[in-house]
Write a protein that binds this ligand. Structure first.
Ligand code: G1P
Length: 290
């Protein structure tokens, strides 16, 4: 039997963004502009390029700017039309046409696993993707597309992973698996943010997941774990103990844009790649005696 197409994605965006205070005091972390686009637009473009048609954003208090960004801005469009600004108009239209958007409020900050559970009624029995907006993965083949291909081949959940430094494992979900090829692993276990000496490997979950609706059953029964939050990793661990699950080492340069240094690195990278400013920006950077 052919696996169902993946057309739905959940973007959890209810977090408080405490790593980026004070910038995120009154504006959502997901709306921080990385060069000329907010962070969340990068992951939604990645999702759309991989075939996602319906995007479910999990939001919370103070996150309205996200809804406005992906909505049609009638006044702005009229203004651009009347002033002959065709290119700007086209780029605005592209944003609201990326997908069909739904918003669900997570009323209490009870963790990533709980945020996913909030979308259960919109997922129904379909397979779906989860993308975390603060992980930017830059590659000609969008990271989610790399995973969709594996999902169709294996017909089981696929988690995006990358090698990290041993000292950094405590910031991630870490998998334990058996290699099936250079980049594909069968996952047998996962641990959320282990101490370096307790990590089963150096392969970290990097904010891209393809899941099946069976995960909701595990999430429902997941008790609060690390930081007293309902962790997606804990539900995945139970799943992996019982069923097939795969880890794919994603090709691409990854930036943890939810962190100040990671965000700066991503900004420099996007600036260097932009045809609009790269030449002058490169010259500016060269002028800095580093
Ligand atoms: C979350 C997940 C973690 C994953 C990470 C990737 O943690 O819980 O397993 O490795 O995202 O960015 P967070 O960074 O939200 O604390």
């Amino acid at each position: 039997m052919r696996a169902k197409k993946i057309t739905k994605a959940i973007i959890p965006a209810a977090g408080l963004g405490t790593r980026f205070l004070p910038a995120t005091k009154a504006s959502p972390k997901e709306m921080l502009p990385l060069f000329d686009k907010p962070l969340i637009q990068y992951v939604i473009e990645e999702a759309a390029a991989a075939g996602i048609r319906q995007v479910i954003v999990i939001t919370g208090r103070g996150k309205r700017a996200i809804e406005d960004h992906f909505d049609v801005s009638f006044e702005l469009e009229e203004f651009l039309k009347q002033n002959g600004k065709k290119e700007e108009l086209k780029s605005l239209r592209k944003i609201s046409d990326l997908a069909e958007f739904c918003y669900i409020r997570q009323k209490e900050p009870r963790g990533l696993g709980h945020a996913i559970l909030c979308a259960r009624h919109l997922i129904d029995d379909d397979p779906f993707a989860v993308l975390l907006a603060d992980e930017i993965i830059d590659h000609p083949v969008p990271a989610l597309q790399q995973m969709v291909d594996v999902y169709h081949e294996r017909q089981a959940p696929v988690i995006g992973v990358q090698h990290v430094a041993k000292t950094d494992v405590k910031q991630y979900g870490i998998i334990d698996g058996k290699p099936l090829s250079d980049s594909l692993y069968r996952i047998y276990d996962l641990v959320e943010k282990p101490a370096p000496n307790e990590a089963p490997s150096d392969m970290a979950v990097v904010g891209r997941y393809i899941l099946t609706s069976e995960i909701f059953h595990y999430l429902e029964n997941t008790k609060p774990g690390k930081n007293n939050e309902i962790q997606l990793t804990d539900a995945l661990q139970e799943f992996a103990h019982a069923k097939e699950m795969y880890g794919l080492i994603l090709s691409g340069r990854r930036f943890d844009a939810g962190d100040k240094l990671g965000f700066l690195k991503a900004t420099v990278e996007m600036g260097l790649k932009s045809p609009e400013v790269s030449k002058e920006f490169r010259a500016f950077l060269k002028g800095h005696s580093l």
